[in-house]
Design a protein around this ligand. Structure first.
Ligand SMILES: [Fe+2]
Length: 318
């Protein structure tokens, strides 16, 4: 499933003079499109090919193990960040944030002006290229988060509600090295309705996650993700590992317990509490021993199968 471009929600000249048509065209049609194109070249025949863009970001960033995955992660991150960024801007000038958003910002940063001041300061402090995010934390607070290069706060459990692209390609054509001027001007074209909607959505999601019902419903998924994984290839491999562990364990258990049961039936190995009469059915002792051996061996083998570390190579390397 190819990852699709997010269409620009406005025309390419709609953000002028804050962002010129030339700068936006270059940004969208060259840089952004390239990230999507490269990602679509990288994911076929890998475990990421059927995932959504957000899931690719979350999954590939969790355990990067191959050079190929680093490339997937970098391009997916950049693709997702840009898709989000386009929606944070609007041709409307000087929109005002909603009362609810202002209250939330006041609660976390003192005032809207202070928030903007701190945001611009942090934009200046960010060394090199990157992104500056406003995100909702797991505890429900708002935080300004700097992301170097392609970093976004999703992996750390934050939910982004606003972002500014601080890569040179975002501003250099219009502002050259004056990044502060770009960040100062961008406040004229912030889509506060989008930011408000993202905040409400993020808070609802956070609220839903806090209910005991949700925790109970998520329990099987938690264990499945923890021990089995979340993608099909991984599940298949884990099933195979548990099945083969059970069969091998059952075989070893049967042999071991057959040996022990033989010793017990011959009274070489006395079993506490079990006094064997001369008329004992040796076959029954062996049968019970082997049966117990199969059960215990299979259980131990299955546990080993569940706990075995299992790296996930791509189906083929590019
Ligand atoms: Fe960009």
């Amino acid at each position: 499933m190819a990852i699709q471009l997010t269409p620009l929600p406005y025309s390419t000249n709609a953000l002028e003079p804050v962002i010129s048509e030339h700068a936006l065209m270059t940004h969208y049609s060259e840089h952004y499109k390239n990230y999507i194109a490269r990602l679509n070249d990288l994911i076929p025949d890998t475990i990421y090919e059927d995932l959504s863009l957000k899931d690719i970001v979350l999954r590939s960033g969790k355990k990067i193990q191959w050079e190929h995955e680093v490339k997937i992660f970098n391009n997916a991150d950049q693709a997702w960040n840009h898709s989000f960024f386009w929606n944070c801007l609007t041709p409307a000038r000087n929109m005002r944030p909603s009362e609810y958003l202002v209250k939330k910002i006041n609660d976390n940063f003192g005032s809207l002006n202070n928030f903007i001041e701190v945001f611009i300061l942090k934009a200046n402090e960010l060394f090199g290229s990157g992104w500056l995010w406003l995100a909702l934390s797991k505890t429900g607070g708002l935080e300004i988060i700097s992301g170097r290069n392609d970093e976004n706060p999703l992996a750390a459990g934050f939910t982004p509600i606003f972002v500014v692209d601080l890569w040179e390609h975002a501003y250099y054509l219009d502002y050259h090295s004056k990044r502060t001027e770009y960040v100062q001007n961008i406040w004229q074209i912030i889509n506060w309705s989008f930011v408000h909607a993202e905040l409400v959505k993020a808070e609802k999601h956070l609220q839903a996650k806090r209910t005991p019902k949700h925790a109970f419903q998520r329990l099987p998924f938690y264990f499945r993700r923890k021990w089995v994984g979340s993608d099909r290839t991984f599940i298949k491999r884990r099933r195979t590992s548990v099945a083969s562990g059970s069969i091998i364990g059952a075989g070893i258990g049967a042999l071991l317990f057959f040996f022990l049961a033989s010793l017990v039936s011959m009274q070489v190995l006395p079993l506490p509490g079990l006094v064997l009469s001369t008329g004992i059915n040796h076959g029954a002792v062996l049968f019970v021993g082997v049966f117990l051996g199969i059960l215990l061996g299979a259980a131990c083998g299955a546990l080993v199968g569940i706990g075995t570390p299992m790296p996930l190579p791509p189906k083929h390397s590019h």
